[in-house]
Write a protein that binds this ligand. Structure first.
Ligand code: SAH
Ligand code: SF4
Length: 362
């Protein structure tokens, strides 16, 4: 235990240290998680910010090998919310004091899609009297597109690197220009340049992934100086190419535990960023998101997509709450967050402190 305590005192954790911490068991594991909880309270306090998640469409031009809504999956029923449904979800978030929403979608790179998002952003800003914060998660786009969306009112963007290891990235994606890791890195750069608070993240427990990859993922996020992170366990989907490696995967409980440690470590090495407690955690453990709030996450993304579409936005299997409307009632969210020892920060944007600090230093 002393070794773990000594490591946690270091200000500049190296790859080998992180590997040791990711492997911590029993008491050592608890020491790590407790330290992360302390650092979270010190740097970002006990507020949890809400982002109402709107899954705009599962129509996607890409073919990522892990994802249930990849283009080649002919078994998925494709949908596109109507503008009215998106605006109603925005209105719901506004009236229920969520403070912010996230618009997430399969990736499309065309003018119709760009324009549609642009107009929706403007309309949501208008209906909420400029009060709702908006995060986008709509994949890789040209710089001009990122700029248009920023000018229309989006101010945060989530684009996961999925893994920072190039060889592994190539095993998870087809080899073509549409799925190049260099392009993904470039997109992250363009997002920063366009003025967004930039979020990225990885999947944890992927086939071919080892503990060293994960340690390097954390150092990658630190080096990129990200403002926000959304990372979660990889969950296999039977209609995807990666499903054939199911037998090589860690048990779900271990993927969950690794995710907790990854989040705790990220909080320790980047104390003032925003870290989301992702939906995939809840697919493994009913109170998974709350557990992760206790060890470092400070953002919750309740799903507010209209219920009838939930089943179709199936990135992975066992996705929670696919048959309910506006996921949890507000009182339920409130109770869950309180059980985790925190408070919901209603009607606040909850921007990344890290971003604000960087801006004031520029
Ligand atoms: N098309 C956009 C946004 C939707 S996908 C994009 O790719 O950025 C959002 C995230 O879902 C992806 O970044 C990926 O990390 C995650 N995801 C996809 N399939 C998954 C799976 N099988 N298990 C866990 N997460 C998955
Ligand atoms: Fe499309 Fe995103 Fe799924 Fe890749 S991860 S197939 S880009 S929705």
């Amino acid at each position: 235990m002393q070794k773990i305590k000594d490591l946690l005192k270091k200000t500049d954790l190296q790859k080998e240290d992180i590997i040791t911490l990711l492997q911590a068991k029993e008491e050592d594991r608890l020491v790590l998680l407790q330290q992360a909880a302390i650092i979270k309270k010190q740097h970002v306090g006990n507020k949890v910010y809400l982002r109402g998640l709107i899954e705009l469409s599962n129509i996607c031009e890409k073919d990522c090998y892990y994802c249930g809504i990849r283009k080649s999956n002919t078994k998925t029923l494709r949908y596109n919310l109507t503008d009215k449904e998106v605006l109603e979800a925005g209105q719901f978030a506004y009236e229920n004091n969520y403070g912010s929403i996230v618009i997430q979608s399969g990736e499309l790179q065309n003018e119709n899609f760009t324009k549609r998002i642009e107009q929706l952003l403007k309309q949501i800003k208008r209906l909420s009297d400029d009060k709702l914060g908006i995060t986008l998660s709509c994949g890789e786009q040209e710089e001009s597109v990122y700029k248009r969306w920023f000018d229309a009112g989006a101010h945060r963007y989530l684009l996961r690197i999925e893994t920072s290891n190039k060889k592994l990235y190539e095993k998870l994606h087809p080899t073509n220009n549409l799925h190049s890791m260099d392009k993904r890195l470039k997109s992250l750069e363009l997002l920063r340049k366009s003025g967004y608070q930039v979020g990225t993240g990885v999947m944890i427990g992927l086939p071919f992934q080892n503990i060293e990859h994960l340690a390097k993922d954390l150092l990658f996020m630190k080096k990129l100086d990200i403002d926000m992170c959304g990372m979660g366990p990889y969950i296999e989907h039977s209609d995807t190419p990666l499903f054939q490696y199911k037998k090589t995967l860690l048990p779900l409980s271990e993927r969950f535990d690794l995710t907790m440690k990854m989040i705790a470590l990220l909080r320790i090495i980047m104390p003032d960023i925003n870290i989301a407690s992702t939906t995939a955690l809840q697919a493994i453990d009913k109170v998974g998101r709350e557990k992760v709030i206790q060890v470092g996450a400070n953002v919750l993304m309740p799903n507010i997509t209209p219920g009838k579409y939930r089943d179709s936005y199936s990135l992975y299997e066992n996705k929670p709450c696919t048959d309910e409307n506006a996921e949890d009632s507000m009182s339920c969210i409130d109770i869950r967050v309180k059980l985790a020892g925190d408070e919901v920060a209603y009607s606040e944007w909850g921007d990344s402190k890290h971003f604000k600090k960087r801006q004031s230093n520029d």
